[in-house]
Design a protein around this ligand. Structure first.
Ligand code: ARG
Length: 488
């Protein structure tokens, strides 16, 4: 038998069981239980301070809510599965525990502002976790960069050998992508840092509530500025999901390379046995399944973002029940990103790098051709002309199965008189790498600078996450203090 709904007064009969099941969000929003109680604690303390609720009632409710948190912590909080959502479930539980006075909690608020507030608090926590997890991955890649400043490999454009780079430079490219992914979460958190609580159903409330107080109590910078916007907008959720999508996408691109690099054709890396899988039929196989699954799961993360944005597209103001559909995809996408970052970090920190395969590959494909053209430029030849000369050299080499550095000075002279014996100094791939000393380039000096910058960024974020987490936990501690007679 279903519990009476929070809104049953208006109805002659109870809703159909199947309708209740269809409309329930409990299986998804149970994850908001803790935040829901915290929101209620802030609300009831504010009602007391504003003398909207008699102190003794507020204290009773506060104690009841604190007991619910203890029950949650001890795994004793059983959510009544017949409730419509977590907000109803908590309220029912409270009333069951402390009696009808529990019904006073909903004064001056609505589930519409409640759910918007709960979800922001939930997202804030999982976004901070995502930053940590992405940075864990970035640190694992940084370790590879530190170890491989001298490991030369081909740099590709169009999947063709382009110019030689180091593995460090290549890893740093991924690290800076991930670094922006982590920063992006902070940017989104900045815009999310306003509290919708007290917007009530849509138009605000007639009670003299103090929204600044509840916002502060829940760790927000300030209250949201417009009640209708507060209950109807989910751009903050979309933005969190875009951040997740971008991070998933960047990890997927890295995975794609790891998959290619571990193929027999490349042989640049070998993943550790414990993070690979075999084949049920082909005994020789060692498959990069984790990397493939990360690449595969990106689809669902981007799909979640698209699903929410399409849900929002046609909604008039203000609250519509469609909005209930935001939570599932949002929660999933953030947890996928954290999971993937942690797994990928393990994969990269245990894989073996074959320096030999990388440097052997870097010898192929006339990867030093640009350097020869740059050399001609230093002899006063316009770059466009130099490009043409080197193109002819390459064609000549292809027809004779030679590399540029195999040509004799006499052969070189056929293409340009300006080529001297010093050309052999600039052709080795290591020399090509070291001369690319422009800011952000692949030389070891430049790579060292990049490593320092990337590591500092990780440290700064780590600090920031710690500070924000402390702030949030401080709020929870204050809200969970038994009533002392003090406002808060
Ligand atoms: N469960 C709803 C949601 O997730 C919140 C409840 C609001 N319901 C309502 N009928 N106004 O959005």
């Amino acid at each position: 038998m279903a519990k009476q709904a929070l809104w049953s007064g208006r109805f002659e009969t109870e809703a159909d069981e199947s309708a209740l099941r269809f409309t329930s969000s409990l299986d998804v929003d149970s994850a908001l239980a803790f935040y829901d109680v915290m929101g209620s604690l802030a609300h009831v303390r504010m009602l007391k301070k504003q003398k909207i609720m008699p102190a003794k009632d507020a204290d009773k409710i506060t104690d009841g809510l604190i007991s619910i948190v203890s029950m949650m912590e001890n795994g004793e909080f059983e959510i009544d599965g017949t409730s419509e959502d977590i907000h109803s479930a908590v309220e029912f539980k409270l009333t069951e525990m402390i009696g009808p006075v529990g019904g006073k909690l909903h004064t001056g608020r609505s589930r519409n502002d409640q759910v918007a507030t709960d979800l922001r608090m939930y997202l804030r926590d999982v976004m901070l976790e995502a930053v940590i997890d992405i940075d864990t991955l970035a640190m694992s890649l940084l370790k590879i960069a530190e170890d491989h400043g001298g490991t030369v490999m081909p740099g590709f454009t169009h999947m063709q050998h382009a110019q030689p780079v180091t593995l460090a430079q290549h890893m740093l490219a991924h690290i800076f992508r991930l670094s922006r992914d982590a920063d992006r979460f902070f940017d989104a958190l900045g815009r999310m840092d306003r509290c919708p609580l007290g917007s009530a159903a849509l138009a605000g409330t007639t009670y003299p509530i103090d929204r600044k107080m509840t916002a502060k109590a829940l760790g927000f910078k300030a209250p949201t500025q417009n009640s209708m916007d507060s209950v109807s907008s989910r751009d903050n959720v979309s933005e969190a999901m875009f951040c997740a999508s971008m991070a998933a996408l960047d990890m997927s691109s890295l995975c794609e390379e790891l998959i290619i690099w571990s193929s027999q054709e490349f042989g640049f890396i070998e993943m550790d046995d414990v993070f690979t899988t075999g084949s049920s039929i082909m005994p020789q196989k060692k498959n990069p399944d984790i990397a493939e699954l990360i690449r595969g799961r990106t689809g669902a993360v981007v799909g979640g973002l698209v699903s929410l944005m399409v849900t929002m597209k046609g909604l008039p103001l203000s609250y519509n029940r469609d909005l209930q559909e935001d939570k599932g995809p949002a929660m999933d996408s953030l947890s996928v990103v954290s999971d993937c970052a942690n797994m990928l970090s393990k994969v990269v920190s245990t894989m073996k790098v074959s320096k030999d395969a990388m440097s052997a590959a870097a010898e192929k494909g006339f990867i030093n051709a640009t350097d020869l053209a740059d050399y001609l430029v230093t002899k006063g030849i316009p770059f466009r002309e130099a490009h043409g000369i080197v193109g002819e050299c390459v064609r000549y080499c292809i027809s004779r199965g030679k590399k540029l550095e195999d040509l004799t000075l006499k052969e070189f002279k056929k293409f340009s008189d300006s080529i001297g014996s010093d050309v052999y100094e600039i052709l080795p791939v290591k020399a090509c790498v070291e001369r690319r000393n422009s800011y952000g380039g692949t030389s070891s000096a430049s790579v060292d600078t990049q490593i320092t910058e990337a590591a500092n960024a990780v440290m700064e974020r780590d600090d920031r996450v710690r500070r924000e987490t402390q702030l949030i936990e401080g709020c929870w501690d204050r809200l969970l203090e038994r009533h002392t007679g003090q406002p808060m």
